[in-house]
Design a protein around this ligand. Structure first.
Ligand SMILES: C[S@@+](CC[C@H](N)C(=O)[O-])C[C@H]1O[C@@H](n2cnc3c(N)ncnc32)[C@H](O)[C@@H]1O
Length: 177
């Protein structure tokens, strides 16, 4: 948080879960951060095998904002409930929908986008499309490969700089630029 400019923000996605019959909203994770808003990402449900609660159909996105953060022009017209279907055509086990990331990045004026859990590179792909620079960090070399393949398959109208990092099992960071 201290590395982010006074005009910067974090979009932090969290899936609230029921465990041993009680909601685990893990508020402790964000309790020391300046949470400005909770956005509901309404997605399609799956199958609920538990008779004790309703089928979960949403996840939350915390907008954690520095004091001078402002949304991009007209983005404040969006509501705080966003409906986007999960990504189906992606081999990563938990990819974000492109449209969801477009909403997050496109709602800011940020020039550099950091995703410390880059997975298959959805954030990088969208950042590139929107002409922003991006930094991605990902534990799995396999997913780094997926992200690179996606990035190489996309045409970008604007140039953007990229930094991709993968952490090997010993925890050593190495760059794939
Ligand atoms: C929910 S997935 C992100 C998916 C991504 N948004 C996409 O659209 O493909 C989380 C990713 O974080 C990675 N990950 C988990 N722990 C990590 C760590 N300590 N450092 C870097 N990456 C990590 C996992 O390998 C996984 O690919």
């Amino acid at each position: 948080m201290r590395l982010i400019k006074d005009t910067g923000a974090i979009f932090y996605n969290h899936k609230w879960r029921v465990q041993r019959g009680l909601l685990q909203d893990r508020h402790d994770i964000v309790s020391s951060f300046p949470v400005r808003q909770i956005i509901i990402w309404r997605r399609k449900g799956g199958i609920n095998f538990n008779p004790g609660y309703f089928l979960p159909t949403y996840e939350v996105i915390y907008l954690i904002a520095k004091p001078k953060f402002k949304l991009a022009k007209k983005a404040n017209a969006y509501g705080d409930v966003w409906e986007f279907t999960q990504e189906m055509k992606n081999e990563h086990p938990a990819p974000f929908p492109v449209a969801l990331i477009e909403r997050c990045i496109g709602s800011t004026e940020a020039k550099v986008i950091l995703d410390p859990f880059m997975g298959s590179g959805t954030t990088a792909v969208v950042a590139k499309q929107l002409g922003r620079d991006y930094i991605g960090i990902e534990l799995s070399p396999e997913y780094v490969g997926m992200a690179k393949a996606r990035l190489n398959g996309k045409l970008s109208s604007k140039r953007s700089k990229s930094v991709f990092s993968s952490i090997n099992p010993q925890g050593k960071l190495f760059n794939n630029i």
